[in-house]
Design a protein around this ligand. Structure first.
Ligand code: NIG
Ligand code: FE
Length: 418
């Protein structure tokens, strides 16, 4: 057994003795913290924490965290980090005046990424995704969900999901995999959409399940992509195969996507830039989590989801990066936390809860990740010296992560081993 002791922690953030599976409404502002604290790690697990007056005398290794804070690692529950190429040419087209939907209609966007992914080998995709995974670990992410959806053919969707499986084998952090065959309708199916949906239901889903490649099934239920009826059809088939839903909804309009996700018992409905009273009421009456992706709204210049109204109504808001080459080419959770505060009027405490324990819940990982608690996996980061918790959101351009601890060990940076 090996022990690691962190002493003189200025503030130990999200430290709990009574485990909360997730946090909602007014409780989101009540972030549990302990000042002048110690944290003891045994092997890969958090053993105990408390005030410095109770600090153990010795450990195999000791870190002095004077002036620094300790946070549980970020839990990023929505990403698309397996892709073949960046798309900055579309970014420039949008600067010149085209919209995201117009670019998609012209065969750009997701279809552009699909063409490039189909031409890439599994090894090439793995290399790119591995670099991105290490990049986000360096930003403090300690659990992540990754979607397919740039394959859009049986072979290429399986290729993406196998890349995610290989990533999982080498990753020091847990990865959940989501099958997103219904990300866009491929051009050759434009006039026969139902044939593509049949391909998803009768060929892709059985193959994905046969190889045990996915934990969840996603659909881009939105204007110009999949209708609520098509979404329901796909999610019903997924449920028959034992895959829970986790969907993209209401990014481009009031489509009924949120309600379709709830009706399918989705773990989460994600995006929600177009959310009104009907969507909030439906969410309040469900177990589905609303996941907001402010770096996507920021990058595309679309409205931000009404996080303030959601929390005031009593909902448990989740924050994630949506890291992907088209709508959010950033996997930095601390930027998401800052944007949530700056643009969506979330309090820093609320944003931190949304990016840790609620993110863990949106991946069904809350029993082992998302907070500092005895028995949870020791995935956490020590900050640079900081005056207050709010500073983390306020200093939106700074990288305040100083030391990363994964599975109870100090993570050595890019290309360090498991
Ligand atoms: O979450 N909205 C749908 N899917 C991704 C974007 C994919 C892309 O543009 O490549 C998203 O924003
Ligand atoms: Fe997404």
């Amino acid at each position: 057994m090996s022990t690691l002791l962190i002493r003189h922690i200025k503030t130990l953030v999200q430290a709990e003795t009574n485990l909360r599976p997730f946090v909602k409404g007014a409780d989101m502002a009540r972030l549990p913290v302990l000042n002048d604290a110690f944290l003891l790690i045994k092997d890969e697990l958090i053993h105990s924490f408390g005030p410095m007056s109770d600090c153990p005398d010795t450990a195999d290794r000791t870190i002095d965290a004077t002036g620094r804070m300790v946070f549980p690692s970020w839990c990023d529950s929505h990403t698309h980090i397996v892709f073949a190429a960046s798309r900055e040419e579309e970014f420039v087209s949008r600067i010149r005046g085209l919209s995201y939907e117009e670019i998609a209609l012209q065969g750009g966007g997701i279809l552009n990424s699909a063409r490039r992914l189909q031409a890439a080998s599994e090894d090439q995709l793995l290399e790119g995704a591995w670099q991105r995974l290490q990049e986000v670990i360096g930003y403090g992410t300690g659990a992540i969900e990754i979607k397919s959806g740039y394959g859009l053919s049986l072979e290429s969707e399986l290729k993406m999901l196998r890349v995610i499986r290989r990533l999982r084998e080498i990753s020091p952090i847990p990865i959940k995999a989501t099958f997103l065959g219904a990300h866009a309708v491929p051009t050759e199916y434009k006039e026969r959409r139902q044939d593509y949906i049949s391909l998803i239901i009768h060929e892709m889903l059985p193959a994905v399940v046969e190889e045990n490649l996915a934990d969840y099934c996603d659909v881009f239920c939105d204007k110009g992509f999949f209708t609520v009826e098509e979404t329901a059809q796909i999610l019903r088939a997924a449920a028959d195969y034992g895959l829970k839903a986790k969907i993209h909804a209401n990014e481009l309009g009031y489509t009924g996507g949120v309600q379709a996700g709830i009706a399918a018992g989705a773990i989460s409905v994600d995006h929600l830039e177009y959310t009104g009273e009907a969507e909030i009421a439906a969410l309040l009456d469900s177990h589905t989590l609303p996941t907001l992706l402010p770096s996507c709204a920021f990058f595309l210049g679309i409205p931000y989801a009404p996080a303030r109204r959601m929390i005031d109504a009593g909902l448990p808001v989740v924050l994630a990066t949506d890291y992907n080459p088209g709508s959010s080419p950033s996997g930095r959770m601390s930027l998401v936390v800052a944007l949530a505060c700056i643009k969506m009027k979330m309090l820093p405490e609320e944003a931190i809860q949304a990016a840790t324990i609620n993110g863990a819940r949106a991946m069904e990982l809350e029993a082992s990740y998302g907070s500092i608690a005895s028995g949870k996996v020791a995935n956490l980061f020590i900050t640079k010296p900081m005056p207050s918790i709010a500073y983390l959101a306020y200093a939106f351009g700074s990288d305040l992560t100083e030391t990363i601890i994964l599975n109870g060990k100090i993570w050595g940076g890019l290309d360090s081993n498991k």
